[in-house]
Design a protein around this ligand. Structure first.
Ligand code: SF4
Ligand code: SF4
Ligand code: SF4
Length: 349
């Protein structure tokens, strides 16, 4: 369908909200609680716009588009209302951007910049919430939380771990883990989806903290090496080092979601204990060997066993961290060459 945004014709699709249609058409409207993954928004009120024929300002994230709709995202009353919302958000927290992990990729910062807000105009009240550093991989700084609810929705509805909620109320509203436990003592499984969804620097990945600014990293897309699901990862690489891992939004099979291994288990690639050549054990001691020597030895042992006891005397277990094609080749080797069905895959455990 056709709609008009700020006097220009734009394309929209049935079922889209005004915010989705505007963003798809390249028109930025500040928004903080909305993320396509976490469902109905309408909480932060930052995306208010004027829609011809509708009384007052409307939240663009909750109004569906209709043919011929006329939307204004730039009028004085719209911008004033958006400014008030963003100003109050900045006022109600400790937003010291200089040292914030999210500086440069913060959606509150983007909105403030877009609206020309240099600093909060009032101090809402004393806010000095304790940092929660109790968990292994996630760092929680509630002073920067804008109560958008994305993490709560993500934990409950996207990854369905049901750990996060809002607790206390009014001025004291804050996110809580289980029955207001420390994150590290709660039933949190450290999947990091809340960190991926947080639009500001209130929930961040601990391992990447202080290691790189968003503009210093190269983003490399790859497939998680841990199991057969094949989750899509975006590695944030500074120099030669991975400093952070994010799930790729809008990509199958994980749509941005990851488990604790995929998101935080990448240190092993820098381990000094990592094997870099085959090892052959002789008289109880390992010695380094070439691939040709190691494969030759394995082949001769397999041949000897099969000759003596038949093909069912050997079995293969392929590694879940190898690629699909390697596992396929492995079962071909066992079934077609060795003539045994004794082949399995460790992910089955
Ligand atoms: S959360 Fe955003 S606005 Fe707040 S300090 Fe961090 S970068 Fe600045
Ligand atoms: S890390 Fe995962 S399980 Fe833990 S609170 Fe965040 S979303 Fe919930
Ligand atoms: S921690 Fe982040 S995602 Fe959660 S409510 Fe606060 S600002 Fe929103």
């Amino acid at each position: 369908m056709k709609i008009i945004i700020n006097g220009k014709q734009a394309e929209a699709i049935e079922g889209q909200t005004v915010l989705q249609a505007a963003l798809a058409g390249g028109v930025y409207i500040p928004h903080l609680c909305y993320h396509e993954k976490v469902g109905a928004a309408g909480k932060c009120r930052a995306c208010v716009v004027e829609i011809e024929g509708m009384r007052g300002l409307q939240t663009a994230c909750s109004v569906p588009v209709r043919e011929g709709m006329i939307v204004n995202t730039k009028s004085e009353s719209v911008l004033n209302a958006q400014k008030l919302v963003i100003d109050l958000m900045l006022s109600s927290g400790t937003h010291d951007c200089l040292a914030c992990e999210q500086n440069g990729s913060c959606e509150l910062q983007d909105a403030a910049y877009f609206l020309g807000i240099e600093r909060a105009s009032v101090q809402y009240g004393e806010i000095n919430r304790e940092f929660d550093t109790s968990s292994e991989f996630v760092y929680v700084e509630r002073n920067k939380c804008i109560s958008c609810g994305r993490c709560v929705a993500a934990c409950n509805n996207v990854v369905v771990n049901q750990v996060l909620d809002f607790g206390h109320r009014g001025h004291h509203t804050e996110i809580v883990f289980d029955t207001d436990k420390k994150m590290g003592e709660s039933s949190c499984v450290q999947c990091g989806e809340c960190s991926q969804m947080c639009p500001v620097g209130a929930i961040v990945d601990k391992k990447g903290k202080g290691k790189a600014r968003p503009w210093e990293v190269k983003k490399v897309r790859t497939t998680c090496p841990y199991c057969g699901v094949g989750c899509q990862l975006e590695l944030h690489v500074k120099g030669e080092e991975i400093v952070k891992v994010k799930g790729v939004e809008n990509a199958e099979p994980n749509k941005g979601r990851l488990c604790v291994k995929g998101r935080y288990g990448y240190d092993f690639i820098y381990s000094k204990d990592r094997l870099t050549t085959p090892l052959i054990k002789e008289k109880g001691q390992f010695r380094e060997a070439s691939w040709d020597e190691a494969l030759g030895l394995i082949a001769s042992k397999f041949k000897a066993i099969i000759q003596k006891d038949g093909p069912d005397a050997v079995a293969g277990v392929s590694c879940a961290r190898s690629i699909n094609e390697d596992s396929y080749s492995m079962q071909k080797l066992f079934r077609s060459v060795f003539k045994t069905n004794n082949i399995d895959h460790c992910a089955r455990t």
